[in-house]
Ligand binder design. Structure first.
Ligand SMILES: [Zn+2]
Ligand SMILES: [Zn+2]
Length: 354
């Protein structure tokens, strides 16, 4: 008889449920099996479950942000071993192809996102008791002993994504940065901004609780329900606009806001998940305003070591954004809370002890 385990799966579009599925086994010598202890719910999970990103079918397992204990490894795995507590990158990479040698892991032929559905390689998700991790030597990294699961888990996606938005957005000391979308990723971008010497960071959103959270992290909150966000940003930047804008929502309205607040010659870094949104301005308008555009899929493999170090030395406190810690069994309720903006960031616990 095949052993089973719990998994968060797509039920009907817009809704998940927890059900028993077969427990994964090693499929390749480079695989590891990880016993998940903590898994986070991401905005991208909502996009997949709501089928804004098409392809997820009923019964597909979701989740790509997770921490756990290595349970088993294939014969070719050398850098992790059973019993180690690890955090995974949200996508595996081989580490030795032409793309990986250039640290362009997104274009590695082995790219697939955990729980990303058929459009992203059909790799099973990690909001489960156990997950199969391909290319474990690259995908997993050990967590420093004193660090909590809750701090480490965000280095696997959203903290890396936020940090990369600032890094690849070319933020310089003294810059003004605007973050469109003060959800978890936007808040982490605000948290990371001082590391880049940012002078002021605006957080633009429609949800009061999110604006409050961003303000507590040092942002100037801009309530998009009250007036045009560009008025507030231009007023407070000597009528220049923001040097770098992070679009951290992934919809057309947020893209339009991003273009409305960026300065001439500035940069828009698109870190939100976009699928079939129209471009917000004409090519001519973009050319005249000389706006640099950086589309970014967060890359934990490049940034997780420095991020783990920044957490270890107390310069980042990503776990501070967690509003709810819930049991994996309550995933359906958790997704609803997150979707309705009644939770800031939710982590699911499996009950397994590290
Ligand atoms: Zn994520
Ligand atoms: Zn590769």
């Amino acid at each position: 008889m095949t052993a089973t385990m719990r998994a968060v799966v797509l039920d009907v579009p817009g809704r998940v449920r927890v059900q028993e599925v077969p427990r994964p086994t090693l499929e390749s010598a480079t695989d590891a099996i990880v016993r998940v202890t903590t898994a986070a719910i991401c905005g991208s999970d909502l996009h997949l479950v709501d089928r804004k990103i098409p392809g997820m079918e009923k019964g597909d397992v979701v989740g790509h942000e997770f921490v756990g204990i290595v349970e088993d490894i294939g014969d070719a795995v050398t850098t992790v071993r059973p019993g180690q507590r690890v955090v995974a990158s949200m996508f595996p990479a081989c580490g030795h192809c032409r793309s990986c040698m250039r640290h362009q892991y997104r274009t590695c032929p082995s790219f697939q996102i955990f729980g990303g559905g058929p459009g992203f390689g059909d790799l099973l998700g990690a909001q489960t008791d156990y997950v199969r991790v391909p290319l474990a030597d690259m995908t997993l990294v050990e967590i420093p002993e004193a660090m909590t699961d809750e701090d480490a888990v965000f280095t696997g996606d959203i903290l890396a994504t936020a940090y990369q938005g600032l890094a690849e957005g070319g933020v310089r000391r003294g810059d003004s940065v605007a973050v469109v979308g003060a959800g978890p990723v936007g808040q982490l971008a605000v948290m990371c901004a001082p590391l880049f010497g940012v002078d002021q960071v605006f957080a633009i959103d429609l949800v009061p609780e999110r604006l409050e959270a961003a303000k507590a992290l040092g942002a100037v909150p801009v309530d998009a329900r009250i007036g045009d966000p560009s008025d507030a940003v231009f007023d407070q930047t000597g009528n220049l606009g923001a040097d770098v804008v992070l679009e951290a929502v992934g919809n057309e309205a947020a893209l339009e806001t991003a273009w409305s607040v960026v300065r001439t010659g500035g940069t828009v870094a698109m870190i939100g998940v976009l699928y079939d949104e129209a471009w917000p301005v004409s090519a001519g308008d973009n050319w005249l305003r000389a706006v640099t555009v950086k589309p970014i899929v967060g890359d934990p493999l490049t940034h997780r070591h420095e991020l783990l170090r920044l957490i270890e030395t107390g310069k980042l406190d990503p776990a501070g954004i967690i509003s709810h810690t819930m049991d994996l069994d309550d995933a359906a309720e958790a997704y609803q809370l997150f979707k309705e903006h009644r939770a800031n960031k939710i982590v699911l616990k499996t009950g397994a002890t590290p």
